[in-house]
Design a protein around this ligand. Structure first.
Ligand SMILES: *[C@@H]1O[C@H](CO)[C@@H](O)[C@H](O)[C@H]1NC(C)=O
Ligand SMILES: *[C@@H]1O[C@H](CO)[C@@H](O)[C@H](O)[C@H]1NC(C)=O
Ligand SMILES: *[C@@H]1O[C@H](CO)[C@@H](O)[C@H](O)[C@H]1NC(C)=O
Ligand SMILES: *[C@@H]1O[C@H](CO)[C@@H](O)[C@H](O)[C@H]1NC(C)=O
Ligand SMILES: *[C@@H]1O[C@H](CO)[C@@H](O)[C@H](O)[C@H]1NC(C)=O
Length: 812
């Protein structure tokens, strides 16, 4: 019997595990069929007859009756019944006896401990080639994605943002297709569901039970109060924001924002809060989203750590998402922001599309020119100092009154406007110092900018304190109302400090009296474009995919594809509480795999618009097999690593950088269905058939076990090659014509890959099996990478990345 702290299977060992953790909230999976089993795969989209409603209620009431008959009324609170994708419930308990009773009760399939989840564009549509090559084929920008609903499981939404106005919508969605509703509430009126936003719910039962929900901060409504920068406002506008909404921040027009699929609709399922969230709320949100009829689920979040237990693929979230995929819903999830370290993925399963993040070709560089002719670059989207003149520089402490209560270090952080001496500060560039105050106290860059404005200074230079080291200002690129630069670099900060001190004349007592150092700040708001893009962002989580918390690697390629993630302009909630840096802005420039994920959700909507019948695996395959592995200059895509740029591998970017124009016409697809995923699970080392039956409800086929590497994906990963391995793939022609393909292989080092047949003709809509044999030539004891290329006679080109770890070459 497998055991672990995360997946609690029914065994006595488990009891001590959860007691040690003092966990209080558990998800219980029950034996009976959920409502979705009333619908066959063919009858999708959903059948909302009375039958379903009645059955749903029966399941939920059944849970109540089951609990009442088993447990003392005061010993538990049921937080949710899950009824659509799985039958189960979440329960908040006070003592372990309750669980004792539960785990021995008939009808209980598995018990899972609740775990914490973490929250993991003006320019990007052009960067991706969408306006020129994709929108025209779908009836223009405003129509692109029409009829498709994207469900965001995230932190809520600010409904009154221009990116979500209903201006481009003439019709309403048919109720047969989508039957979601808007749950009105605090700051979220019913009218917020305007045709563009078609559904909104919030899920906070577990957050409340765990004691992490703060009602004065985390609105009890779908309204987005978060500010850690990964909220739905931002992500939803990237995927499906309206076309050409001007991005105006602090009075400066940075261009126009468009979502990837401006015609798609948005449904919001708020399950994350300012602090993060819990899996049981997320599971409830996904159950609702699929029941409502979303086509795509976008998850800009993941578990806080790799779940323990025999395999990450069987945690309740993954299992539920497998059922969502079975129901035809495409699921896209952020890879995580744990890069550049390997095995840092927080998105695991082959039925999910996991997204790596790239830096784009646009950067903003802010420049300071010193009076001595030297110049340095830094960050901060700030206006320039007026004119072309150089302004005198004064360090904050030299332009302030000494205080008995406030130390020099605090003065230098520019958080105390009342202490500046107006006659000394006015018209000067003030040097402020980024110190521990910014990390551990309330100091913020926004306050610096506000104070500079208050005292009438010309601008500010935020330098790093060399004693503190260069802790870069995190996460967001800030837009600033006053001239200012953030010198993230210690060398530049030291050079500035030296220049300042050698040009400042001090009295005997050390008081600065004459300020001769001069500088000017250039415009930090102008974008700079580069050809060395896309490039894998350093923070983007890296493969190989891991099977469990022991970091055993799996025969699954993760991430799947890469999309733009760094410095993405998108809609921002004016009332964001969490992040003071960018409070009060309508658009914000954010960074993370959470920003990359909605690009792929939007592109999936475009593919779904073009190919309504394609199932999730077909969409993933189309995206992967058509992805780019070279950058805009034609060189192999690079990856930001710890200190240097290295050539990217499939563990950095999966199949490569997403290419929407080619993804809507891939030529061939690798398809997979529910049974294939179950067969895959049955082949995972160390997982017994019984735990698979408990999780997915059906047992393993009795036929010969296949390898995990046989799952029909547009990638080949063998994590433990001993001698040789035969891998089977099946391609289906979706190119609309008969086509002849020629196979070539870029060999991974230490391995000889042969493919049969080498040339094949495939009929329109026809399928074809390919036999791929990987033979170890030498034990590399490291992953090596190659590629299988299928070059079609009608210009289709299918690229399949190969990743192999040769453990030993003997044994064949
Ligand atoms: C829903 O199912 C019922 C039978 O249970 C069937 O009569 C009806 O046509 C179905 N509706 C749709 C929209 O498929
Ligand atoms: C709840 O949030 C409010 C507003 O942010 C804050 O003032 C208060 O301290 C928080 N309460 C707790 C218990 O964290
Ligand atoms: C900055 O980022 C680092 C690494 O991601 C993190 O450990 C730190 O807490 C962050 N600091 C702030 C102020 O958010
Ligand atoms: C496609 O191939 C099939 C089988 O080989 C053949 O019968 C058919 O005529 C071909 N179609 C075209 C347009 O060449
Ligand atoms: C191939 O499938 C498409 C879409 O289902 C269909 O329109 C077309 O007629 C099919 N072609 C053949 C030759 O079966």
């Amino acid at each position: 019997m497998p055991s672990g702290t995360f997946i609690l299977f029914i065994s006595s060992i488990i009891i001590s595990d959860y007691l040690a953790l003092e966990a209080k909230v558990f998800m219980v999976l029950m034996d009976e069929e959920p409502t979705i089993s009333l619908q066959t795969e063919q009858s999708y989209p959903r059948n909302s007859t009375d039958d379903v409603v009645v059955y749903k209620e029966r399941i939920s009431n059944g849970h109540d009756i089951f609990l009442e008959s088993l447990l003392h009324r005061d010993s538990y609170t049921k937080l949710y019944s899950y009824t659509h994708l799985i039958s189960g419930f979440t329960i908040h308990v006070e003592s372990e006896e309750v669980l004792n009773a539960l785990q021995n009760a008939k009808g209980v399939r598995a018990i899972y401990e609740d775990v914490k989840m973490k929250k993991l564009t003006t320019h990007t549509p052009e960067f991706l080639g969408i306006p020129a090559q994709v929108w025209p084929t779908l009836g223009g920008a405003d129509n692109s994605g029409e009829g498709v609903v994207i469900g965001f499981i995230d932190t809520g939404i600010n409904p009154v943002h221009p990116s979500f106005s209903s201006r481009s919508f003439r019709g309403t969605l048919s109720r047969g297709k989508f039957k979601g509703m808007c749950a009105a509430g605090e700051r979220f009126p019913m009218a917020a569901c305007n045709g563009k936003i078609v559904g909104a719910h919030y899920f906070a039962q577990a957050a409340i039970a765990h004691g992490d929900f703060n009602s004065s901060r985390d609105y009890a409504s779908p309204f987005d109060a978060d500010g850690h920068g990964r909220q739905v406002v931002h992500t939803a506008s990237t995927a499906a924001g309206n076309h050409r909404v001007p991005v105006i921040v602090n009075g400066f027009n940075y261009g126009y924002a468009s979502g990837m699929a401006p015609g798609a609709r948005i449904a919001v399922y708020k399950a994350l809060h300012t602090f993060g969230g819990y899996m049981s709320d997320v599971v409830a949100a996904i159950d609702q989203a699929v029941e409502d009829g979303v086509d795509i689920i976008s998850l800009s979040m993941g578990p806080s750590t790799i779940p323990s237990g025999p395999t990450a693929f069987l945690n309740l979230l993954e299992v539920e998402l497998l059922f969502a995929v079975k129901a035809g819903v495409f699921v896209v999830q952020a890879a995580g922001n744990g890069g550049p370290h390997s095995t840092s993925m927080l998105s695991f399963s082959p039925w999910i599309t996991s997204i790596a993040a790239s830096v784009t070709d646009r950067t903003y560089i802010n420049t300071i020119q010193l009076g001595n002719g030297k110049s340095f670059s830094g960050s901060g989207l700030a206006p320039p100092t007026a004119g072309i003149m150089h302004y005198p520089i004064a360090a904050a402490a030299d332009a302030s009154l000494r205080s008995t209560t406030i130390g020099i270090a605090s003065l230098e952080s520019c958080q105390h406007p009342e202490l500046f001496i107006p006659s000394l500060a006015r018209g000067k560039l003030i040097i402020c110092t980024y110190s521990f105050d910014f990390e551990y106290e309330a100091a913020t860059v926004t306050t610096v900018a506000d104070n500079i404005k208050k005292i009438g200074a010309a601008g500010f230079i935020l330098r790093m304190d060399p004693d503190v080291g260069s802790t870069p200002v995190n996460g967001t690129t800030m837009t600033l109302q006053v001239p200012g630069i953030i010198l993230n670099n210690v060398q530049a900060s030291m050079a500035l400090w030296e220049y300042y001190n050698s040009n400042t004349i001090r009295s005997r007592s050390g008081q600065a009296v004459i300020f001769n150092a001069r500088a000017r700040l250039l415009d930090g708001r102008q974008a700079i474009y580069t050809d060395q893009a896309p490039m894998v962002a350093s923070y983007s989580s890296r493969g190989p995919d891991v099977d469990n918390a022991l970091l055993q690697t799996a025969d699954v390629l993760k991430p799947n594809v890469m999309a733009p993630g760094s410095s993405i302009w998108a809609a921002w909630s004016l009332n964001s509480e969490g992040d003071q840096l960018i409070k009060g802005q309508n658009f914000a420039l954010l960074t993370g795999t959470s920003m990359a994920t909605p690009h792929v959700a939007g592109i999936a909507a475009l593919i779904k618009h073009k190919h309504p019948k394609w199932n999730p695996a077909a969409i993933t395959s189309a995206m992967m097999s058509s992805a780019d592995v070279t950058d805009h200059s034609g060189s192999p895509i690079l990856a930001q690593s710890t200190d240097e740029l290295v050539q990217a591998t499939p563990f950095d970017f999966g199949a490569g950088f997403i290419n929407p124009a080619r993804a809507i016409d891939p030529g061939l697809i690798f398809n997979a269905y529910f049974q294939d995923y179950v067969q895959f699970l049955c082949a995972v080392p160390g997982v017994d058939d019984e735990s698979i039956r408990q999780a997915v409800g059906i047992g393993c086929p009795t036929t010969r076990k296949i390898w995990c590497s046989d799952l029909n994906t547009a990638s080949i990963t063998v994590s433990n090659l001993v001698g040789s391995r035969k891998v089977i793939r099946q391609v289906t022609n979706v190119g609309g014509k008969n086509e002849t393909y020629r196979v070539t292989v870029k060999q991974p080092s230490g391995v000889k890959v042969t493919v049969m047949p080498q040339v094949f003709k495939i009929q329109e809509n026809g399928s074809r099996r390919l036999k791929i044999v990987l033979k170890a030539m030498e034990a590399t004891r490291a992953y090596s990478f190659g590629e299988m290329l299928l070059q079609g006679s009608n210009k289709h080109a299918i690229k399949v990345p190969i990743a192999v770890y040769v453990s030993t070459s003997i044994g064949f």
